[in-house]
Design a protein. Structure first.
Ligand code: ADP
Length: 244
């Protein structure tokens, strides 16, 4: 099976000599949800930028098997002068889809993220969680088969983050995209993923690759089970090693 994304021994050194990434070697299979946790500044965003083609590797090779890429940033990056609907239509518009197709896809995506009824609202009228939903909907209009997430829920309060995690998993089950998800939260990584990669401090390398065996759908109460706590403990242990 062709991987949705494969890193072959990938490294990144910036022009000023900073080595952000070294020997990154992993693959994300279609339908697999992989999260990456690691200390600040270890090269997680750099890795994601390379995966998306926004930046180039300086060593190794990246192969993208997916046809359509989605990218969700930590900031919702909505255009403040556009309504929710017009923001959600933006990527489809940039891809040259005609107006009726854009409308249709935006309406579907808005419904999927639970923003129906808010189409005419402006970004400043939305909560942080709703802005992230709109950002997610904008990517969904292109039906990505590889979704890259750069700490999308990092700025939200815990309850909103948990709710968005539950909703993201519903979308994942429905659309079965491959996902590469960056987060600081071990609990979030374990709850969402089929697998968690732990990165070392800079220059980032992959220290551990931990499979997460829980079946989907995942009940929100899974977060309070002993097996879940044990996995979080194992990953936190690797992370403490990464900080050492
Ligand atoms: P993370 O997402 O894990 O917090 P980043 O990928 O943003 O880390 O950054 C990794 C390292 O590379 C950091 O030390 C950062 O300062 C450095 N870095 C990022 N972009 C550049 C750049 N354009 N030039 C030089 N160093 C950079």
């Amino acid at each position: 099976m062709t991987a949705a994304l494969r890193f072959h021994d990938v490294g990144k050194a910036f022009k000023d000599g900073t080595v952000a990434l070294t020997g990154a070697d992993f693959a994300v299979a279609p339908g697999e949800f992989t999260s990456i946790v690691g200390p600040s500044g270890c090269g997680k965003s750099t890795l994601l930028r390379i995966a998306s083609g926004l930046d180039d590797a300086t060593a190794g090779e990246v192969t993208v098997g997916a046809d359509r890429l989605g990218y969700v940033f930590q900031d919702a990056t909505l255009l403040p002068w556009r309504s929710v609907r017009a923001n959600v239509e933006l990527l489809a518009e940039l891809h040259g889809l005609d107006r009726s197709e854009r409308r249709k896809r935006a309406a579907e995506a808005i419904e999927l993220v639970g923003l129906t009824g808010f189409e005419k609202h402006m970004p400043h009228e939305l909560s942080g969680g709703m802005r992230m939903r709109a950002s997610l909907a904008r990517s969904l209009t292109l039906s990505p088969d590889l979704f890259l997430f750069d700490e999308p829920f990092g700025a939200l309060d815990e309850i909103t983050r948990e709710r968005l995690n539950d909703e993201l998993l519903s979308l994942f089950r429905l659309q079965r995209f491959a996902a590469l998800f960056i987060t600081h939260s071990v609990m979030e990584a374990v709850f969402l993923s089929t697998r968690v990669l732990v990165m070392s401090g800079r220059p980032g390398r992959i220290l551990a690759d931990v499979p997460i065996p829980f079946e989907y759908p995942r009940d929100p109460a899974l977060r309070f089970s002993p097996d879940f706590a044990a996995l979080c403990g194992e990953i936190s242990g690797h992370l403490r090693g990464a900080h050492a």
